[in-house]
Each structure stands twice: as structure tokens, then as C-alpha cells.
Design a protein around this ligand. Sequence first.
Ligand code: ACM
Ligand code: ZN
Length: 791
Amino acid sequence: MQTKYIGMIFGKKRNISGQYLKFFFRWPLALVLLFSSMVLHAQDSLFKVIPEPVYAKSTGQEMDIHPESIIIYPESLSANASLLNEAIRSYTGYLLPLMMEGDHALSVKSGRKEAFNKQKLVLTMDSIKVKEKSGYQLLIQKDQISIIGHDPSGVFYGIQSLIQLLHRSSKNILSVPQGEIRDYPRFNYRGMHLDVGRHFYSVDFLKKFIDLLALYKFNIFHWHLTEDQGWRIEIKKYPRLQSVAAWRSGTIIGHKKETPHTFDGKKYGGYYTQEQIKEIVAYAGSKYVNVLPEIEMPGHALAALAAYPELGCTGGPYQTARFWGVFDDVFCAGNEEVYKFMEDVLDEVISLFPYAYVHIGGDECPKLKWKNCPKCQQRIKTEGLKDEHELQGYFMNRIERYLASKNKKAIGWDEVLEGGISKNTTIMNWRGEQSGIAAAKAGYEVIMTPENLLYLDYYQSLNKNEPVAAGNYTPLSKVYAYEPVPDALSKDEASYIKGIQAGVWTEYMSDEKHLEYMVFPRALAVSEIGWSEKGKKDYTWFLKKLRHQEALLKKKEVNYYPYFDEITADFRNGNAISISLKSTLPNAVIRYTIDGTKPSPASKLYEGPISLDHTLELNAQLFIGNHAIGRIFNQYFQHHLGLYKEITLKNTATGKYNFPANLLLNGLVGHHRFNDSQWLGFSGKDLDAVIDLGKLTEVSAIGINLLNYHWQRMWAPKQLRFMVSIDGKDFKEVYTQENFDINGINKVRARFPKEEIRYVRVIGENIGTIPKGGYGEGEKAWLMADEIIIN
Ligand code: ACM
Ligand code: ZN
């Protein structure tokens, strides 16, 4: 840490010179260092607390907590005192004596008068001393720990920081570092979402989940209670929600992109009774976590429609969904009964959840059925609406007004902006930062929830052995790097950003262990983004703290993802491609092989970028001494004549697959998860590439990989053509193909009589629009291509 401060000061000295130089030379180095560590940085090597506190300074001494220490607290903090005591018991096996402030009688009765002279753990509240809401001061001295909260939640957060510091000393005594922490949150809303529709989790597990959220100072549990695949909240007025909508007849096996879809045939489901919901809400409340219920509408409604088919446009019959996606059957927006149903449901929801907000969904609602529904069309007419988007606006606004009449505020996913929604609605911008910016600029309160950065169902590693996940790639470092207040917002506009929230969509998290694996430790990164000031961010320090927190996660039996220090790679294109490997694990080395064998302690030591100059399979492994750490990093490299040659694309790649054209000629073959930044995607457009080999070259084979995953809207081309040319003007066709049968990577490898040519042209004709009956029918198809292989 200290070297870092020196670096910072020298850095400034070099840039600012004059004033700083004088200051630097006038004061002894030690003083400057002291000053800098107090003011510039609050990081403290002994206070490994997540999220990073505003100010933390340890003394270097330890405090041993004695068995006869006494916890003193005012009556208003008795729950907090018990929580602290339970935490201590989890280490020591015994509880400390509790004493309510000023309760002399109690101390006499319990024969603990002598306790006044003993070590104390004192909980108090003082909103003058600690000005910030939910803030606290934690002071740890030899004979006293004191936690002063602005309010009870502040005291609670002080206790959480203390819990993170508890450890057994070398003498096997429960200890904490001495020093001081002063702390308060950056954002008021620090949320974690959980989808219990796709998979169902026990009440006990939810309590454990909430415990972990509270430990890392989250204050919102967004409970996503209804889905196409299951309705999970008991609504007494509608018993078929329990007997029908809570269940599905089976669940898809594997990823939905795999076809044909296969199912396990097992009845699956469950719901939370209102008693259980009250229990969860109260439990969360005791940990200063508000529970935000979500009732999805008008889309993601299949389970409810299966129970009450009259609420859909066609009247059904419907089935609770057995696989994942966006379904065309949604609540009918023209049917008055639907609004009655929603109001009844919300009445019961409101009676169960004291939080000021109710989430009403609003995302991913296809308009297909509304277009063909007489009731919906009639509603558009009578309400003078322009189209089906405005019909959704009508739906959402009507529900928002209903909630307002019950003193509740609405939250919706960002699609609700499309149909026009009241400014009283808070927006969750799941579709990306841009929609959050747009909402804040338009004057909506926003909770930043961009899926590409904060959805924890995405892969956290590119390792081939990762369990199936939703897709994409959001490693811990990417989550941690996220800054929720975009530069594009003025100070005024930025004040509309109320906080952040991570999303846990559970299509591919069928059990609790797997859920923990996906959520932790990325949740700890989210915690720090939501609580700590922007300037506090330091990934190296965060990882150090995380390695310290592992003991606590293990103690709490959390099945967290342990490979956050694994080897990652960067590729450099130039005249040749090179791969550099790195890991964040200190004191480890990387050893590797290039013949596909498993690295051993005797394998070659990685010392710098490896040049990829022939076909090879690289395996790399972290070692500390002879001890292999984590998993093997694997990368295949395909050598061919087209490598690093000039390539021109008629249409650039689009959207999230908009990568540079030269990735098509880098020897790295994209894998079937298509999240490895190797696939170029063309939405609704053709792939049309011309490659200049630089000189006349004998060529007899051309190949390409194309993805065919109709359940991802990815369609192989209508027609693929390979052409060759000597001059780049007259092209001769050497190969054409129209059928691509494989669901997945179609490896086209064409051979033809040897030709001396300089140019190669590859045309893949996009099918354009997804045909009727296809997933996402009527939308643009993706044409996905990687490595063009020339030999
Ligand atoms: C969402 O992820 N569909 C809100
Ligand atoms: Zn309808």
C-alpha cells in the first residue's frame, strides 16, 4: 500500500512541480506519507472490510475479546445487541452478557456489577456525531469497542464491519484489529434481485441469502415472484394460482439454444404462503433489508394464464412454461377482468409488504396477440391510443395509479418508458446504461441495473468447464469496474440515480449451491459499487479483502466461485498474433505447454507474450511452488494462410457482436458459447468480406464457422459463397452452400482444385427476418461468423 502512495506523490510532483515540490521537501518523508495515507486514501491494510469504508485507520494493535466482556446498549438497539452477540457466539460457542444502558438493576440481579470494570462492547446512537443516514463510527480500543450509529441501521452496519474483522488470534482468542472506521453509504438503494419463478428456493435459503446481503450492506431484496414458469406468491382470492400456476409439468434440459428441446418430465414448482412471506419480510426487516415484491405484467404471464385462461387474449388453453424465453401469450390489455385481477392481487401484495414500492415488471411484452385481439383493439380505439405500445403505456399507468391510490409507488423495467409512463415511476434500466441515462435526463428516478454489467446469471469465466449459464461474460473485474453515475449526466440529472441493483435470473440455477456459485463473490463487488465512494475503487485492494473474506464465506457455507484469480488472456494482433497471460494471484507463476498436455511444475515458465506462429494448443496453469492452483487455461490456435491479412467488410458487425474485422483472421476459433469476443454478428445484414493475401498464393481450401442457434435468433445464411480472384475485380465462385443442418457451429470446409489467386471473397446472405414460427418471428436474424480459414 505504502509504495502506492509514494507512487501517487511522485506522480503529482512530476506533474504539478512547484508548489508540491516545496511541500515535499519542507516536510520529512514520513510525515508526508502519514498525511497522504490519512487524507488521500482511507485504505487500511488491517481493515479488510467490504464494502470499503469512507475512512478506516488501524493502529496495528489487536484487541482480544474476553469471554466476560459485556455488551451495553439502549433498549432501542436490543435486536442489534442480540445480533452482535450471536455473531460472537458463532466463533466462541458462548454468548456475552448483555446489559441494557443504565440498567443497574439488571447488572445487580445477574451478579455482574463487576462488569462495569470489564471490557465493553457499547452500542449507541448519535445523529449529531454521525450525521449521515445509515452511517456509523466503529472505534476499537484495547478495552472497548464502541459502535455509534446515526440510526439503528447505522449501528447494524457497524456491527457488520466488526463481524468481518473478527478472527482467531495466534493464541486462539477471538480478536479484532484496533482502530477506527467512519462510514456511510453512497447510495440509498443497494439492491439484489432474485428470480424465484424459474427455480424455487426454500425459505431457509432465502434467509441465508438475506443474511449475506445484509453482511455486505445491501438494503433491498427485490423478490421477483411471478414468471411464465411459475407463480410463487400465495394469493388467497385466486386459488388456482396455487394449484395450477405454481407448477409446471417439466423443465428443459440444458441451454435453450440446444434443439430439439428436451424435458425432464418432472412436475416442478411451489409457492410461498402468505405466512412464509410475512416471515421473510420480518426477517429481512430485522437486518435492515427492505423487500421489494415484483408482480410481472403484462408479459411473463403464462403461469397465471394457465390458471386463469380467460385473462389472455385468445382464452387459451395455456400451459405453465417448461423452458425459458419471451412468450407471445400475455395478459389481455383490453379485458376489464385483467385489471380487476391485478388490483385484487396487488391488494394482497400490499398487505404483505411494508416497503413503499411495488415492482410491476413491464419488460419483454410482445404485442403480437394484442394486434389480433378484438378487445385490445377496441381498447386502443376507445382510449384514443396510437398503437400497442401506447396500450402497454395505458396498462402500466393504470396500475401505477392504482398503487398510488394505495400509497405505494411503482417501479418498472425500462420498456415502460416506451408506452409513456408517469414520472412517479422509478425505472430499472436493464437494457443498458443508455436507457438509464435517457430516463434520468427525462426526469425519472433510476435504479441502475444494466444487464451487461450487473446480471449475475452471465458467465463469470470463459473456462470450458463452467456450468451452463445464460450467456455473455461478466467477470468479477468487470462488475467491480462499473460506475453507476454516467459522465453523460449533469450533476442535476445524476441526482435521479437512486442506486444500483444486481440481477439474479435463475433459468440455469436449479439449486441453491449453484445460485451461490453464480452470485458470490460478484455480489461483493456490487456491494462496493453501491456503498463506497467512486474514488475508493481499487481492484487489487478489493481482491486482497476478498481473499480475507473467503474465510467468512466458508464459515457461512457459501459455495462461492473460487477462481476469481484465474489466468486470463489478452491477444495482440500485428504481423503475428501473440497471447499474454495474467493472473491477479500474488506470488504465483504461470507454467504452460503448447502440445495439449497438462502443465506440470517442470513445464515452461511464462515470462512474456507467447507468439502464436503455428497450429497449437496452449495449456497454462498457476503454480505456487509445486502446487497447482485453480483450473487449466486452454486456448487452441489454428494456423492458416489468411492470418493477419487485410480484410474489408461491406457491412460492419453490429450490436454486442461488433468486433473488428481482423478477428475473422486471427487463428482463434470462437467457441459454442459465443461469449468469447471472437464471433462477429450481423443483425439483419449480410457477411460480405474480401481478403487480400498480399500476393499471388496457391489456395485449395477455404473454410468458415457459422452459428445456427435459432433459439438465440442466430441463423446460418440463406446462401454461403466462396469466390477467388487474381486482381480483386473479377471473382470466380469456387463453392456454394445453402443448407446448414447443425444446431450449433457449422464448420464449412470447402476444397477445390488448387488456384493461384490473391483475393478471397466470402458472402453469407442473411435470411433477413426470422420466419413465422421461429423464436422472435418477424425480428431481424443474426448472422454469426468466425474464423475464415484459408489454405
Ligand atoms: C429483464 O431482464 N427482462 C428485466
Ligand atoms: Zn387482448
